[in-house]
Design a protein around this ligand. Structure first.
Ligand code: PLP
Length: 315
């Protein structure tokens, strides 16, 4: 990681100085990608938040419990044993931010990996694993008001090979190929099709289309991750009165949509303004995307009374 981040890293139930958090070159995950991870955000409270108004700024970790539970589900697919429960990892994350005296918006990266298992591919529940949680200050992932996407010539990995539902480190080689191609060709992000040719997701985000004010997103069976921002956006959109339907999305619909937006922890909710050079709608963020994005932004920073159960205050 380029970012040095906080002074301390949580490493196998201990707080270790950043420069001392090291692993041997024999680490299995380094050779085979045998790791699962999460990406979580902590948001500095918004200025409209009651606590912030009284001068008591806080940091809210977004859906921390759900992220730690997904980490466990990802590990189960590969029979990696995680010696720490989701609740223990939840507590460790809050402690880590306190220990690092973090009061700004942060990105949190829990990572569980197979350690000293030699070169043997038979990873079992008794193979040694290590768990680390890193946190560092983080702002916007995509710059600008909307992103220019392309359809990747790479296909999304598939449940028949390396299941995209498990957030495994090795899966990201597929995302890296797609990202390299999109940047090389002057785009901000790539949209991947599944093996059947339907839209699955972007390299690190889920995707939503809007047609006639109705919202559509692919099924998990279309090789999409069970995104926590996806779930949040679906909940918010329904509360705002929109119909949200999961269904297969053929590629050509990307060129017909009134609006497209992506959802992900790092990217948050971001409008796609063109696909393969064709403008989406009128080439600007549309009203449906805007209302979901603004409601989400307000919730995550503690500016709304709704969904306070999604937030874990650090201070
Ligand atoms: C491939 C992929 N899809 C979707 C997402 C969005 O998931 P989430 O909203 O849980 O961050 C991510 C981000 O983690 C991702 O890497």
């Amino acid at each position: 990681m380029k970012e040095k981040g906080g002074e301390f890293v949580w490493f196998d139930n201990k707080f270790v100085k950043w420069e001392d958090a090291k692993v041997p070159v024999y680490t299995h995950a380094m050779h085979y990608g045998t790791a699962v991870f999460e990406g979580i955000r902590g948001y500095a409270s918004s200025s409209s938040n009651a606590a912030a108004k009284s001068g008591k700024n806080n940091v809210y970790i977004f859906r921390l419990k759900e992220h730690m539970e997904r980490l466990h589900r990802s590990a189960k697919v590969y029979s990696f044993s995680l010696p720490y429960s989701a609740d223990e990892l939840y507590d460790a994350t809050v402690e880590l931010l306190r220990k690092n005296r973090m009061k700004e918006s942060v990105y949190i990266r829990p990572l569980a990996f197979v350690g000293m298992h030699g070169i043997d591919l038979n990873v079992t529940a008794s193979s040694p694993t290590q768990t680390v949680i890193i946190a560092f200050p983080f702002a916007k992932y995509f710059k600008g008001e909307g992103i220019r996407a392309c359809v990747s010539s790479w296909r999304r990995i598939n449940d028949a090979t390396t299941p995209p539902l498990s957030k495994a480190a090795g899966n990201y080689l597929n995302s890296i190929l797609a990202t390299q191609e999109s940047r090389r060709n002057g785009y901000d992000e790539s949209i991947l099709l599944d093996l059947a040719g339907n839209v699955s997701e972007a390299s690190g985000e889920n995707i939503f289309l809007v047609r006639n004010k109705k919202i559509y997103t692919p099924y998990f069976a279309d090789s999409a991750l069970e995104g926590i921002t996806r779930d949040s956006a679906m909940t918010i959109a329904r509360e705002l009165g929109y119909e949200v339907t999961e269904r297969p999305i053929p590629r050509a619909e990307l060129y017909m949509a009134d609006e497209i937006f992506l959802t992900g922890t790092a990217a948050e909710i971001v409008p796609v303004t063109s696909v393969d050079g064709k403008p989406v709608g009128d080439g600007k963020e549309g009203p449906v995307s805007r209302s979901v994005r603004e409601t989400y932004a307000n919730i995550v920073t503690g500016g709304s009374k709704d969904h306070m159960d999604w937030l874990t205050p650090v201070w």
